[in-house]
Design a protein. Structure first.
Length: 274
């Protein structure tokens, strides 16, 4: 959903079609049968109604906090605070949707679980082609280009000198795309194992919900893999340093662009919440 929103010039267009986008996305993995389709659409509508009513105003609060900062003095700790706040909000969505996802998991047949496995395999092939291609320099360049595109979304165009500073900050972050792949596959394997377990044991709705919540908590903890947890913690910290550095080098015009971009989201979220 975040990708869908960022693909639009404003949040309203992506979010207003969020129910449809979410349904298409889920269906592309599962291939719902005729009985599941209306039920899934209805549950997605319920989750979005809850989200509009309870969460969008909190997003406005978070964005407003960013708007009123002096970007020249923003610290990595400030950025990490925003990141952790946003992460908490995402986990709240997962917690709210867990009962509906549990019902969906209980309804899946063997063929649909196999469909999910096939979709994972296909998406992993694409991930490998993008992230595991080339040497270290090529992977650094690929990552930098993604960062620059995101930075331009928020600040507009950068000078060549600014771009080099952004590149240096991007390259300073830990790089281990092979570990990213391993973590990705582990998460997928754990989910497939859980879906198969639910299908075999047929727990009640509450028990299945608890199993899914435990899965979400385990993904945050990287399934107890200390090496992976250290890498992602260090990567998040280094990314916070990079984001703060981008804010520090922004010109007055770029800072104004940033504030306007944030205001567009505030205005859209306020309209959507209403």
């Amino acid at each position: 959903m975040a990708a869908a929103l960022l693909a639009c010039s404003a949040a309203r267009l992506g979010y207003s079609n969020g129910e449809t986008i979410s349904y298409w996305w889920l269906n592309s993995y599962v291939d719902f049968d005729s009985e599941q389709k209306p039920w899934v659409r209805n549950r997605i509508d319920q989750v979005f109604a809850w989200h509009r009513k309870t969460q969008l105003k909190e997003y406005v609060r978070l964005i407003g906090r960013m708007q009123h900062r002096d970007l020249a003095t923003v610290t990595p700790a400030d950025v990490m605070g925003d990141y952790n706040d946003a992460k908490t909000r995402v986990l709240m969505i997962a917690d709210r949707a867990a009962p509906e996802l549990a019902e969906l998991a209980l309804s899946l047949d063997a063929e649909q679980i196999a469909n999910i496995e096939k979709k994972f395999s296909k998406s992993n092939d694409r991930f490998r082609s993008e992230y595991l291609h080339g040497d270290v320099a090529a992977r650094q360049e690929f990552r930098y280009r993604k960062v620059l595109k995101q930075a331009e979304f928020w600040f507009g165009n950068f000078s060549r000198e600014q771009e080099e500073k952004i590149r240096a900050a991007s390259n300073a972050r830990p790089l281990n795309n092979d570990l990213l792949m391993l973590d990705r596959v582990r998460r997928q394997q754990e989910l497939i194992a859980l879906l198969k377990k639910i299908r075999t044991e047929k727990p009640d709705r509450d028990a299945a919900t608890a199993m899914l919540k435990q899965f979400v908590a385990a993904t945050v903890d990287r399934f107890g893999n200390r090496q992976h947890q250290i890498f992602f913690d260090e990567s998040a910290a280094a990314t916070a340093v990079m984001v703060a550095s981008i804010m520090h080098i922004a010109t007055p015009a770029q800072k104004a662009y940033f504030v306007r971009a944030l205001q567009d989201w505030v205005s859209d979220f306020n309209r959507l919440a209403a």
